[in-house]
Design a protein around this ligand. Sequence first.
Ligand SMILES: Cc1cc2nc3c(=O)[nH]c(=O)nc-3n(C[C@H](O)[C@H](O)[C@H](O)COP(=O)(O)OP(=O)(O)OC[C@H]3O[C@@H](n4cnc5c(N)ncnc54)[C@H](O)[C@@H]3O)c2cc1C
Length: 292
Amino acid sequence: MKEFEYAAAASVDEAVSLLAAHGPRAKILSGGTDILVQLREGLREADLVLDVKRIPELTALEFDSARGLLLGAATPCYRIYEHEQVKRAYPALADAARIIGGWQIQTRASVGGNLCNSSPAADTIPALIAHAAVCHIAGPDGRRSVRAAEFCTAPGKNVLGRGELLVALEFPPPVPRSGARYLRFIPRNEMDIAVAGAGVWVRLDPTGQQIEEARIGLAAVAPTPLEATEVAAWLAGRPATPESFAEAGRMAQAIARPITDMRGTAEYRRHLVAVLTRRALADAVGRARGVG
Ligand SMILES: Cc1cc2nc3c(=O)[nH]c(=O)nc-3n(C[C@H](O)[C@H](O)[C@H](O)COP(=O)(O)OP(=O)(O)OC[C@H]3O[C@@H](n4cnc5c(N)ncnc54)[C@H](O)[C@@H]3O)c2cc1C
């Protein structure tokens, strides 16, 4: 591995000025489970590796049932699924956090790092889309916010500009009669990258029989994680039945633009995304009804 300098910023302002001073040769380090591997394998190069875990805002986890969740970008995954209220309020996020690598990886890997690495197959991004997360970004021109659904722009690329870093992810407060689920398919039981994934969120009507609102995020079936807005819009007002879930799965299949690679063919991914969307919807509805 090529030698680099290491610095640990104590504040967002310090991180922004170090990034501005070093330009693209500075790389941010959160949990390091992607970036250290990439540096070691020569896929990325850095003169400066900037650790952001000492910045309190970046490792925060603040939950309030009226205000929602503020999750620091570098907060490790285990803190999400070990937090009983957060796990109940944002179940698709907890599903995704619990399957990233093994538990050793989960003690380091962050949702912010997963998002900033911007892999089309990243597990947390469909869950961020499903839970309507918003990204808070800081940079030389101040602060701005972007919907998580619009953060990734191409494989490994995102909206972050020169000198910018992701500070936190904000999630709206939980609402009654809602449920969510993230499911992925991998060839082995663990420690693999999704061949396809689906994160869904639903809100039911007071009878619990009809879907009032839905959001769906899909992984590994397009160059970026996909927000399936057409499918979500179609589901609003439909009965929460296996027939609706199956039709939504077929619609998700129709908007998927997968590639063929060593993990699976495009045709296989299209098949999987229909199955995963259907099953994730059934599970999310079950959770909204207080089952599962
Ligand atoms: C054994 C193993 C298993 C894995 N399994 C999975 C899996 O099942 N599913 C999955 O999705 N991923 C998996 N991964 C990939 C990785 O663990 C995740 O993507 C993880 O969430 C990355 O988080 P991190 O905090 O380690 O990020 P880092 O490696 O620290 O950073 C990742 C990228 O984001 C940038 N970055 C980090 N933080 C910020 C910030 N605040 N602002 C701007 N840029 C930032 C970094 O510069 C780097 O480019 C696995 C990795 C390993 C090594």
